[in-house]
Design a protein around this ligand. Structure first.
Ligand SMILES: *Cc1c(COP(=O)(O)O)cnc(C)c1O
Length: 462
């Protein structure tokens, strides 16, 4: 018997019959009939393929509910306890409340491309341009979908079928398959590599310049460094070489901080303003790395060049939507007041969180975590290192503190990490030397973490 009064079936019930069950009616109320039918069909197909639960009504309805949970959910909140503040897989920068409010305010009809003083058509980048210019010293600015898009647009607009000179020491690959040689090919440019992996000199660039050269380009080594017998050409000198040949010089800065992080005691990162001051004609950088905003790619520089990018048809395909522009403006306004930035920009606040505060939080949480895990894991407080993430200065570590959960009774750290990921608000740590390490740098709402601790033992067993 399967609880519905009928003998256990070898064949699953018809979809129409499953739809009549009370649990299916609840699913229809939440998701609509077509999706529930699809979920039930998937459940039945899985059962027939020997890969899913069944054939009872209850088992198939449960499988359908799981299918719906898996396939109808957008990105949901997680606790980033990885120790990487700008974690690409976790959506990089956490947005400030001011950005959320601005996105909501712009969600309906908005003056995105209307000049309200004249009633004529406006330009969507105009919302950002004055702030970006003021923060970087550039003449003009535009924004696209991400920094990879900004580099692609720059190359397509300024160097089609021509040569772009880049040092061999700067042919970077950024996580997620952004590679300078590939993007050059996609953009229809010829990459002219100069120098060697460890040393590139001014004369290497100068000797590579010919009638087909469109651009000299410098790419920030975001995620690695070259040490030892090394040499590179500074932006100022590269700009001077380019300008002697009436060529533009562009910099892909990657993280692109607007302020010198050293003012807050963080590792120094080149600023956009410094690149402009050094003579770069165009600089590209991300919106969701050290800027601390939404995913976007910013281009700042000379008005005539920014204008060529703006008029290129690819700009239309890469443009930002109104809510992202609203969030960016909100973040740029915060950036315009650096004295209060650490309090107001979550990404910077987390990067600056003192180790003593994180360690105190770990000590305070330890007993509750130990009590929840009982004899399943031994819980201790350890010192650890966080990193900025998104390729920004990976070798520079930020002293932090963590809860280390060492599993007992034959359980593995991987199983414990999996249980933490099954929490209602999944907690993501890292596994190191047989323990799950939960770096608490980014835990700003410990109550939310504590509240779900009682669920953990059930998730480990299950
Ligand atoms: C991160 C980075 C990119 C890619 O930026 P996205 O905003 O992720 O598209 C390109 N170049 C450099 C040097 C980077 O650091």
């Amino acid at each position: 018997m399967d609880g519905t009064g009928t003998p256990s079936l070898r064949r699953p019930p018809a979809i129409a019959r499953l739809l009549g069950a009370l649990a299916a009616q609840d699913m229809v109320a939440a998701h609509g009939r077509p999706l529930v039918v699809q979920a039930l069909r998937a459940a039945v197909a899985d059962f027939r393929a020997g890969a899913g639960a069944g054939p009872t009504e209850a088992a198939l309805l449960g499988a359908a509910a799981q299918w719906l949970a898996r396939h109808t959910r957008g990105p949901r909140p997680v606790l980033n306890l990885t120790g990487t503040v700008l974690h690409t897989n976790l959506g990089r920068a956490p947005l400030p409340p001011a950005a959320l409010a601005a996105m909501a305010a712009a969600a309906g009809a908005a003056d995105l491309e209307i000049d309200l003083s004249t009633g004529r058509r406006g330009e969507r980048d105009s919302h950002l341009e004055a702030l970006l210019c003021s923060l970087t010293g550039a003449e003009a600015a535009l924004a696209v979908n991400n920094n990879a898009a900004a580099v692609l647009l720059l190359l397509r607009a300024l160097a089609p079928r021509r040569e772009v000179v880049v040092s061999r020491g700067e042919l970077v690959e950024i996580g997620g398959a952004f590679r300078i040689p590939d993007i050059m090919r996609e953009a229809g440019c010829r990459l002219r590599e100069v120098g060697t992996t460890n040393r590139t000199h001014a004369r290497d660039y100068a000797e590579a310049i010919g009638p087909r050269t469109a651009l000299l380009m410098k790419v920030h080594r975001s995620n690695y460094r070259i040490e030892g017998f090394a040499a590179e050409v500074a932006e100022e000198e590269l700009a001077a070489i380019a300008h002697r040949h009436a060529l533009p010089m562009a910099v892909d800065l990657g993280s692109g901080s607007l302020h010198d992080l050293a003012r807050w005691g963080l590792p120094r990162e080149p600023t956009v303003g410094a690149a402009i001051a050094a003579g770069a004609d165009l600089v590209t950088f991300s919106g969701d790395k050290l800027l601390g905003g939404p995913q976007a790619g910013l281009v700042v520089g000379r008005a005539a060049l920014v204008d060529r990018l703006r008029r290129h048809p690819l700009k239309r395909a890469l443009r930002l939507d109104k809510t992202t522009i609203a969030a960016l403006v909100a973040v740029l306004r915060l950036q315009a007041d650096p004295d209060r930035l650490p309090q107001r920009l979550p990404a910077l606040r987390l990067l600056l969180r003192p180790q003593t505060e994180i360690a105190a939080l770990a000590e305070r949480l330890r007993p509750a975590v130990a009590a929840a895990l009982q004899d399943l894991a031994e819980v201790s407080v350890i010192a650890c290192d966080s990193q900025i993430g998104s390729g920004a200065r990976p070798a520079d570590l930020l002293p932090s503190a963590a809860l280390a959960l060492r599993p007992r009774r034959g359980r593995t750290a991987d199983a414990l990490a999996a249980a933490l990921r099954r929490l209602p608000v999944p907690a993501l740590g890292r596994v190191a030397r047989g323990s799950v390490v939960l770096d608490l740098r980014c835990l700003e709402d410990p109550a939310a973490f504590e509240a779900q601790l009682p669920l953990l033992p059930g998730l480990i067993a299950g």
